[in-house]
Ligand binder design. Structure first.
Ligand SMILES: [Zn+2]
Length: 176
């Protein structure tokens, strides 16, 4: 899988992200302002709906000509920390499971139980990092992916999940 790449300019960035459905790089320009605004609310995700203009017509399994969505997670340095592609509104549990099976391992999907207002950080109920991590726990990311997107080690994320679980803010769904 080719690496995601970013070219940074004064006002915008050019991002190339690998779309596993297209099996190709998807290129798009994003305003830095949009990213900065997004990051004020903890994480920034670029959502881009597209279809492959050149699907493999010989391959019946190639559905990339159909419209699908790529999520590109971008950090404060304008680097890509995670990518996710799916058909429809969100990835299905089967897709998340299939992806995990490829990498081999137990599937643990943390999901936010209660919507947390940003005020929670101001009131000291949560720290900024916990707030950011909770935003990534949208039911689409496995623990390992949450760690990657947040740029925190898996061990740290596991510890944090345990704390957040005790606070009744998150639950971790396990599938084998
Ligand atoms: Zn695609």
């Amino acid at each position: 899988m080719p690496e995601n790449k970013v070219k940074k300019y004064f006002r915008l960035i050019e991002a190339w992200a690998w779309c596993p459905i297209c099996e190709d790089m998807v290129a798009l320009n994003i305003d830095k302002k949009e990213i900065i605004d997004g990051l004020k609310m903890s994480i920034y995700t670029k959502e881009f709906t597209h279809s492959n203009p050149n699907p493999d017509s010989e391959d019946p399994d190639d559905l990339s000509g159909n419209e699908h969505t790529i999520y590109i997670y971008i950090n404060e340095n304008y680097d890509v920390t995670g990518v996710k592609s799916f058909f429809g509104e969100s990835p299905t549990t089967e897709e998340i499971r299939a992806e995990a099976a490829e990498e081999g391992g137990e599937v643990r999907i943390p999901i936010v139980v209660k919507e947390i207002p940003p005020m929670a950080v101001q009131f000291g109920m949560l720290n900024k990092e916990q707030f950011k991590v909770l935003k990534i726990c949208d039911g689409m990311n496995r623990i390992e992916q949450v760690a990657e997107i947040a740029e925190i080690s898996v061990e740290e994320i596991e510890k944090m999940m345990e704390e957040l679980r005790k606070k009744g803010l998150v639950k971790v769904i396990k599938r084998t």
